[in-house]
Unconditional design. Structure first.
Length: 263
């Protein structure tokens, strides 16, 4: 596992955007570069910088196919809190050459959730898998909507959201947890870890326990983020504020490794 510690959220996002842009620009295969994407507040700074690179002509999305992590079950895509709406409003609509047919987001209005999730897995496989999956984690370490005690080998499927997750997300629903959908469709932990690389963003002191569990804790269904320890291409991009629960030696180790990486 690689842990990249930056001074603050802005520098973390700059590093992550540069990393993703370099991966896309260095992709020389005829097949598309396949990119997994999250919603939430963590990736907004990364999306802003990727948009800037695209609009300046430094980065093309013409040969990029995207798969989003999740979608609320029962919200139409036109709803301003659907993840389809979020992604278009914060990212896709601002890119100069993103092809609509290359955007893949789970259908929250499906009348066949199991079939929709199976088709999603099949479509990912049809492209040869995901090259790079960017994600964020919750304060309880959940990755996508894979809440604590979700199987670490899980595939895309229907998820029941915990009360804590609905309370956290209620800030987008008038601070009323009852207005937050109780279920979602989500890629599984196994879906994410099948990717060639996984880049997870962790920022803020409220995510410090989750970062420590991801890096130092035991691999456990309690912390689904801990599955990244078993991935040969896992990268954690974090800020100083998120490092508060790491052991001093762990913190110093990753700073030292990254210093040598830059030499």
């Amino acid at each position: 596992m690689r842990v990249v510690i930056q001074d603050n959220y802005e520098k973390m996002c700059e590093w992550a955007a540069n990393y993703i842009a370099d991966k896309i620009n260095s992709h020389k295969e005829e097949r598309p570069f396949v990119l997994g994407l999250p919603t939430g507040s963590s990736p907004l700074g990364v999306y802003k910088r990727l948009i800037e690179k695209n609009q300046k002509g430094e980065l093309s999305f013409a040969n990029v196919v995207t798969f989003n992590m999740d979608e609320y079950l029962g919200l139409p895509k036109e709803h301003d809190q659907s993840y389809w709406y979020f992604m278009h409003d914060n990212f896709f609509n601002h890119l100069t050459d993103m092809k609509a047919e290359n955007i893949n987001i789970l259908n929250g209005m499906t009348d066949d959730p199991a079939g929709e999730c199976a088709r999603y897995e099949e479509k990912i496989a049809s492209y040869g898998g995901i090259d790079l999956f960017m994600g964020g984690i919750g304060v309880d370490g959940h990755l996508a909507f894979n809440e604590p005690y979700t199987s670490l080998s899980s595939r895309t499927g229907e998820r029941i959201l915990t009360t804590d997750t609905r309370i956290v997300n209620s800030r987008f629903f008038g601070n009323d947890p009852e207005k937050v959908p109780a279920k979602a469709l989500s890629v599984g932990i196994g879906t994410v870890t099948d990717s060639k690389e996984v880049l997870v963003l962790i920022s803020g002191h409220n995510k410090a326990r989750a970062l420590a569990a991801t890096v130092e804790g035991a691999v456990s269904q309690k912390w689904t983020c801990s599955a990244l320890q078993l991935h040969n291409g896992a990268i954690i991009a974090c800020d100083e504020a998120a490092c508060g629960e790491l052991m001093v030696d762990t913190y110093k180790y990753f700073l030292d490794i990254e210093k040598n990486e830059r030499l």
